[in-house]
Design a protein around this ligand. Sequence first.
Ligand SMILES: C/C(=C\CNc1ncnc2c1ncn2[C@@H]1O[C@H](COP(=O)(O)O)[C@@H](O)[C@H]1O)CO
Length: 258
Amino acid sequence: MTEEENVRRAGPLTYRGSAIPATTTDQRLLDRRGPTDWVHTDPWRVLRIQSEFVEGFGLLSELPSAVSVFGSARIRPDSEYYRLGEQVGARLAEAGYATITGGGPGMMEAANKGAQQAGGLSVGLGIELPFEQSLNPYVDMGVTFRYFFVRKTMFVKYSQAFVVLPGGFGTLDELFEAITLVQTKKVTRFPVVLVGTEFWGGLRDWVESSLLKHNLISPQDMDLLYMTDDPDEVISVIQRSHRHLEDTFERDRPGPSS
Ligand SMILES: C/C(=C\CNc1ncnc2c1ncn2[C@@H]1O[C@H](COP(=O)(O)O)[C@@H](O)[C@H]1O)CO
């Protein structure tokens, strides 16, 4: 046997003589089926979760400045709120922001439609649900997640503000997650704007008369529930807050001697 035949290199590994395995790594990968229960185990899920982060970061990391818009999946296109959602998406596009929504129907579709038709970048971060659903037709760039928590990370990481239109439990979850992140200073950079004073007024009153009254939040936390009916004001609140943050970063930036 020549020296060449007596050696097997497998990536960084070297085998000689009787230590040479009977099969190659590729053969073992491709030939064997084996048991399949491991695809339902948590270590395997961790890899799947990791791949969702990779897909999300890959798609969104080069996004320009963006705003996440939340709102009901159930609002019909003939509703006045749908029109409001379209206007918000359009104003965001005109101000140079990409619009990110949950990619579903209702208010999400309205904001995507407004953004797309005004020439802006319209993004949808869909979620796999037990019933069949695809991204709405006004999404120009989209990804569908299996895991809610991975998707939530994307909304926060790749947008610079949250706009919250009328909605149900899903919208409330997104609103309260956002203001909790701001309240606990887990994020420093973003304004949260509620659109629809009649719709959100009751919630704000309850937060004041119940949460504030029982000292469960601080008086300044009430400012986290900023409300307006005016899509133009949504933009000016976001721009004002971003200018303020830029000034703060500029002021706090270490000088050449530090
Ligand atoms: C109810 C129907 C479809 C639901 N499809 C959704 N697709 C994408 N994102 C969704 C969906 N449902 C909820 N969300 C997220 O929560 C918010 C809306 O929830 P709400 O309870 O309707 O307020 C929204 O911002 C999404 O991010 C069939 O029509």
